[in-house]
Write a protein that binds this ligand. Structure first.
Ligand code: NAD
Ligand code: IMJ
Length: 256
């Protein structure tokens, strides 16, 4: 019997087969969890639906996280179809392309607002709706962060500030939701070649530096991240909440 047999989870953030969220979905499904998926915008439905169907998922729902009505609709459907929820995966981020180059000091007011809204506030919005469905299950919520929240990384700019807000939100949410036996944690992943890393100036050089400096002398894969997600979303991590777990081949512990 799988670790997650009889449990139900929703995955936000699959764009294609390279998405970290897709690797997490496969790992959860392998352990018996029934999954629902959301997609951001019609263009992505044709990518997400076949992936979801390949693992027998029936609920594939539209959800742009900047739209409260779409978020409400997702949780209404979950409430009607499932009547409860055990796991939520928040694996999404967005900043305008022009904000991810040049100097952070030039971040526009609108660029700051968009990055923080999509990449950080969305976790709060989703957690609040998940709460009544998870109450007494116990529940587990995870999100994905990056080291640029704590150290300055070239071109990451306003996304670094958004990830800092995301990580702080995880701690405040963990404090609020703990009494309901809902845990909230972050995985801080090393760089991985996904859609969110495409066209980023200097990305290859960052991968090379991780390989050279990280204790494990390699980069991490989506599967490395998915295995830690499985731990955080299962009873194996029953005593862990409000944490940042690094899946970065150890890169963050190295000074110079
Ligand atoms: P990805 O492009 O596959 O996933 C990003 C997802 O964000 C996409 O599915 C996209 O549809 C979604 N998204 C963007 N705007 C949205 C909106 N308004 N509403 C709903 N969804 C929206 O890339 P990924 O690398 O799998 O990224 C997943 C998460 O992992 C992100 O939070 C990212 O910051 C984080 N992360 C990535 C890396 C990396 O190097 N790839 C490293 C550490 C953390
Ligand atoms: C993204 C930008 C700059 C440097 C970066 C990254 N490094 C890494 C990433 C070093 C690892 C990937 N990452 C951790 C992200 O969180 C990416 C978020 C992202 C990516 C894009 C690209 C396309 C776009 N907007 C984006 N918004 C957020 O238009």
């Amino acid at each position: 019997m799988g670790l997650l047999e009889g449990k139900k989870g929703i995955i936000f953030g699959v764009a294609n087969e390279r998405s970290i969220a897709w690797a997490i979905a496969q790992a959860l499904n392998k352990e018996g969890m029934e999954l629902a998926f959301s997609y951001a915008g019609e263009a992505l439905e044709s990518r997400v639906r076949p992936l979801a169907e390949s693992i027998g998922a029936k609920l594939v729902l539209p959800c742009d996280v900047t739209d409260d009505a779409q978020i409400d609709a997702v949780f209404d459907t979950l409430s009607k179809e499932w009547g409860g929820l055990d796991a939520l995966v928040h694996s999404l981020a967005f900043a305008k392309k022009e904000e991810l180059k040049g100097e952070f000091v030039n971040t526009s007011r609108e660029g700051f607002k968009v990055a923080l809204d999509v990449s950080a506030y969305s976790l709060v919005a989703l957690a609040r709706r998940a709460m009544p469905l998870m109450e007494g299950r116990p529940g587990s919520i995870i999100t994905l962060s990056y080291y640029g929240s704590e150290k300055v990384i070239q071109n990451y700019n306003v996304m670094g500030v958004a990830k800092a807000a995301l990580e702080a939100s995880v701690r405040y949410l963990a404090a609020d939701l703990g009494a309901k036996n809902i845990r909230v944690n972050t995985i801080s992943a090393g760089p991985i070649k996904t859609l969110a890393a495409m066209g980023i100036t200097g990305f290859k050089s960052i991968l090379d530096q991780v390989e050279a400096k990280a204790p494990l002398k390699r980069n991490v894969t989506q599967e490395d991240v998915a295995k830690t997600a499985l731990y955080l979303l299962s009873d194996l991590s029953s005593g862990v909440t409000g944490e940042i777990i690094y899946v970065d081949a150890g890169f963050n512990i190295i000074g110079f």
